[in-house]
Ligand binder design. Structure first.
Ligand SMILES: [Fe+2]
Length: 516
């Protein structure tokens, strides 16, 4: 991050002529009025860093949250604070192209979401915030290519599952060095639950969060990880949540343990968890929660190269099956009728060469029963097989569908088949299950392969399985996707070397994935 000096007032006034858009006089007046009435803020309001997300060809969301005392409610006075944002074509802010003001309001944890418009497509921008004489770190972001652009390459990183207790988020240091255009995060940004593995780092607080303040403190703690903070400042994220942002294995409005959490108590918990999620993520105002509901499924286009469909596989799903017959029940839904139709419309109406589907949970079959018969994980798509198989049947008429998922804390790279029950069934797509940033901690690789390799005969669609911590990196071009499984040697120390464990290729027009 570059440590640019605070521009003086005169400099702001003289550069104002070049600045258009949200710096219009009304908002400047707003900030002036607010400033006059405010006493200085405590030092360190930018302790949680900066982030950007959901890039469009002409827009990106810039995020920060003012929190001088991040682990104890934030430490801000109970009043709205005007925060100036600045965005520039260079890291030293000599070519500022936009600036404006946004309110950091106490009812949203003094978070700031500036949806900056009027930018140029497919280029880097640098941004920062200023309030009460304090200047934030500098972040860098990148807009999406123009809608009509063919696109030469999109470098995308897939991440999920960062358990503070299980390790340092060292894979992000390597991810930053790989300089992706975009990070897709498919869930478990925080963990609500305590863990037997607490030897590396302990959660703040005294147990699981239930209230808004408790969730805020948990997010704030996670955001103090230096590698996560630096990665957010280096590239835009497109995020969605899975279960641990709320409660392990929850389904819609049903908690993991309905005997312990009443419907009213769980609705209050969802409301708190979703609000804290919104407050800490670089997402548009479309994601402002409405009580115990939040809209997270959405689409982002990167020219005619990539369409990215972000799914919500938590809020609209049926409660998990408890038997094989239940997993095969046609009434079971993962997406809900409205989201399913939205996804099909987006896939069939796509102009993009590559149609990515970011699903929090694994789509390919995982049969964990050796030999005859099947045993599945009911929380994943295996528990919702009729809907999964109907979706896979649609893939045959979609341009290059590729599923990106997480949840499993292992790498699993698979062909997606029309019917996993039939080994000769057609391949209709590819799936990358992108291991975890830290969840599960350092694992014994030999023991994993002793246990899992014999299952390969039952799961012939698996191409790579592995249990190191890390992420997946994709170079997406018209002709194909080159993928790397990047793994860290350890997450038990704050720094680690990383390496490529496997390289894979998905060729355009040829469903499936192969190792190279
Ligand atoms: Fe996880």
């Amino acid at each position: 991050m570059s440590g640019s000096a605070v521009p003086g007032r005169r400099r702001f006034l003289t550069t104002g002529a070049a600045v258009v858009g949200a710096a219009a006089s009304g908002q400047v007046l707003l900030a002036g009025t607010a400033r006059a009435a405010q006493s200085p803020l405590p030092a360190g309001v930018f302790s949680l860093g900066v982030a950007s997300g959901d890039p469009l060809p002409d827009a990106v969301v810039l995020w920060t949250r003012l929190a001088p005392d991040p682990l104890h409610g934030g430490g801000m006075p109970q009043r709205a604070v005007a925060v100036e944002w600045q965005i520039s074509e260079d890291s030293r802010f000599r070519r500022q192209v936009r600036r404006g003001y946004a309110w950091a309001r106490p009812e949203y944890g003094h978070s700031v979401h500036a949806d900056v418009r009027g930018l140029r497509p497919d280029r880097h921008y640098w941004y920062r915030f200023r309030t009460s004489g304090q200047l934030s770190p500098v972040g860098r972001t990148r807009t999406a290519p123009a809608a009509s652009a063919a696109g030469s390459r999109l470098r995308l990183a897939l991440a999920s599952c960062q358990n503070w207790q299980h390790g340092y988020f060292t894979p992000y240091a390597d991810m930053r060095a790989q300089d992706p255009d975009l990070v897709v995060f498919v869930g478990d940004y925080i963990y609500e639950s305590t863990s037997p593995i607490t030897s590396i780092r302990e959660h703040e607080g005294t147990g699981e969060p239930f209230s808004l303040v408790q969730y805020r403190n948990r997010y704030a703690q996670y955001k103090t990880d230096p590698d996560l903070k630096a990665m957010h400042a280096a590239a835009p994220f497109v995020v969605t949540f899975d279960d641990h942002e709320v409660d392990n294995d929850f389904a819609g409005d049903l908690p993991q343990d309905p005997d312990k959490q009443s419907p009213e108590a769980f609705a209050a918990r969802l409301t708190a968890a979703y609000q804290a999620y919104y407050e800490h993520m670089p997402v548009r105002a479309t994601a402002v929660p409405n009580g115990p509901h939040i809209r997270m499924h959405r689409r982002l286009d990167f020219g005619r190269l990539v369409r990215l469909n972000m799914l919500d596989t938590r809020q609209f799903r049926s409660d998990q099956a408890t038997s094989q017959a239940g997993a095969l029940d046609p009434a079971m839904t993962m997406l809900g009728a409205e989201q399913k139709q939205w996804l099909l419309d987006g896939l069939h109406g796509s102009q993009a060469r590559w149609n990515l589907i970011a699903s929090q949970i694994m789509m390919a079959e995982t049969d964990v029963k050796l030999g005859d018969g099947k045993a599945w994980f009911y929380d994943a798509w295996d528990g919702y097989q009729v809907e999964r198989n109907a979706l896979l049947a649609e893939f045959a008429n979609v341009s290059n569908p590729v599923v990106l998922s997480g949840d499993r804390h292992v790498t699993m790279i698979s062909d997606l088949k029309l019917d996993f029950a039939d080994p000769r069934s057609a391949v209709v797509g590819a799936e990358f299950v992108g291991t975890s940033i830290s969840s599960g901690g350092d694992q014994n690789s030999a023991a994993f392969h002793r246990q899992m390799d014999p299952l390969k005969a039952d799961n012939p669609h698996w191409k790579v399985i592995d249990n190191h911590r890390g992420y997946h990196l994709f170079d997406i071009r018209q002709a194909g996707i080159d993928a790397q499984v990047r793994i860290a040697d350890t997450v038990t120390r704050p720094t680690s070397a990383s390496r490529t464990l496997a390289t894979l290729r998905v060729d355009s027009g040829k469903p499936g994935v192969r190792t190279v």
